[in-house]
Design a protein around this ligand. Sequence first.
Ligand SMILES: [Zn+2]
Ligand SMILES: [Zn+2]
Length: 289
Amino acid sequence: MLYCDLHTHSTASDGTTDPQDLPRLAKAAGLGALALTDHDTTEGLVKCAAASRTENIEFVPGIEVSADPSMDGRPRRGTLHILGLFVRANDSMLKAVSQRMKEARDSRNPAIVEKLRDLGVDVNYSEVVDLATRQGTKIIGRPHIASVLISKGYARSMQDAFSRYLGQDGAAYVRRDRLAASNAIESIHHAGGLAILAHPMQLGIREPDLLITFIHQLRELGLDGIETRHSDHGAKDIAQFEQLADRFDLLTSGGSDFHGTRKSVRLGDQKIPIEVYKRLVNATTPFRS
Ligand SMILES: [Zn+2]
Ligand SMILES: [Zn+2]
């Protein structure tokens, strides 16, 4: 098998594919290795690992941890996600992180709906929960609230719902409790994993010098690699991130960020050479017990 996909989501977070079905789909897409990296949870890993053995495909147990992009006390917008690859699913520190993030989400969504209601928008939290349940996802998030707003005619599109209500400048925006990048990296290492900066494009840092400083800071915190290839990255971006990986002696990774039918990207889309997977496996060996 020539390719791998090291960034995917299942119904354990906000994907629409059951973790036990992913390996079969990965195999059909011609992949030799697959990582499951659900948002802030390792819940799908055991099922996905078992199905990977059945399909005879290499499996990378992973997680995608959301962290605070602000650093050195400087507030920053944008999205900082850190992938943990080759993590132990039952690690105590990683489980504590999952629990904290779950509590943060559980309190945030009702707070958003409360704000919407204060704005005169006729929406109930139970409608949001019903929609998520129908989609079969375990993690409820702003996209679900957006879908309800669209279905009730309060927004024209996902983008409209986010720009007017749910996004950082929206009228019903609620800040979420966020993990410091140092905690995210530390917990991934505690679980025996490699910490990889996911989709650096989404950091929203356009200034090359600022990006260099940012990655340098993450490197100091123990970052192991950069996801250079991702569905959001064009050829120029990939070249830029590969240069950065080189400069800071970081590993490289890549994946589609497959979410099932919720997003248009397909499993294996990025055509990541299997060598990328092999280099990562080799990098983990010294940490393994
Ligand atoms: Zn992400
Ligand atoms: Zn992702």
